[in-house]
Design a protein around this ligand. Sequence first.
Ligand code: GDP
Length: 423
Amino acid sequence: MLTAIVGTNWGDEGKGRMVDLLSSDYDIVIRYQGGNNAGHTVINEKGKFILNLLPSGILRENTVNVMGCGMVIDIEHLYNEAKRLTDKGISITPDNLKISEKAVICMPYHRLLDNLEEDRLRDMAYGSTRRGIAPVYGDKYMKKSVRMIDLLNPETLEKKVRGLVEWKNLMIKGGYGTEAVDAGEMISWLRKYGDWLKPFICDTTLLLSAAIKEEKNILFEAQLGALKDIDFGIVPYTTSSSTIAAYAPIGSGVPFAKLDRVIGITKAYSSAVGEGPFTAELFGEEAAKLREAGGEYGAATGRPRRVGPFDVVATKYGVIIQGATEIALTKLDVLSYMDKIPVCVAYEIDGERTTDFPIGDRLDRAKPVYEYMEGFKTDISGCRKPGDLPKAALDYIKFIEEAISCRIKYVSVGPSRDQYVIM
Ligand code: GDP
């Protein structure tokens, strides 16, 4: 069984928590895109963990975790993330962590360039996490990157890095006018973390082809959501990788593989980080209440997130783009405090109502059209089966299910492993 878990919105839908819940049924968990620019928060009996790079299956014994070729990996960050986990008793070995030899390394100069560019843009900034993700993907497509395989041959690594640094300094020193990057320092950095990393590097195509042949259960774990996708999202306020389920086989090393299930993770309300259009946005006190109730602060950066009601237009689009076969609706418990639950059921653009997600300046001009559902006004975090849920919560679930034309299979009512209902 090949299953992808993806976000249907702007990210932070609670994918990490669903992967943690479902990973018990899977032999292999794979991250196939992105870097340490977002984070999954997972709470289980061992504690609270923030994972930026490692697949969530790392918290389960007997699960093999793969970091695929579609990822960009800051190896210093990976080293520190792994250390935080091993300090809490999680075992990370070459048996349970496999890193693609084709994955690209996010270098310190990518972080530097991300910062330089965001600073240059000032009030026009993209709202980048400044972790080097856009610059490193840019270099990947310019075919000027260091890959994991390069760590295995010190001589070619050194030659390559010297060439790359010379090229990067044209921009860093010549363009931005800041201090040039030192190639020797980059090489030492790569050696320092690369030596630790070497035993984990492998050919994930071989590994996963064999696993597929043996009919192993494989889970593909996405970072961010459909609206942050480089092709289908709210460009340029997106991430720089493909967050779409269809990319999962490619970014893992098995482009020929076909997915059996795509679980779209959808939050019971909306949140977004960074700049860009966010049509159903709440402000002021209403926003503060929802942000507090949902703990909507970035897992990677601690930044307060923008929040709003559930957005039917954006989510319906996300469900289609992801090819979701079923939905996990998360954080329904967060809405318990509301008397009336607002839902954005359509956009109004230039006086016309639409439920088709627009792009470009039409999206900028879109205004939310709200409907109000009855609040459930009761703590639902203890509910474990549909019959435990109040009627107003069931009505809300049904309303969303119909509006986005996809079956809601799981409803999450709290952050812990057992706080969910199968519908
Ligand atoms: P991800 O990147 O999609 O995994 O999203 P986040 O890391 O932002 O996870 C969402 C946050 O909400 C985490 O702190 C989770 O522990 C928490 N969370 C996930 N599901 C639920 C839920 O159903 N209810 C509540 N109250 N919190 C949840």
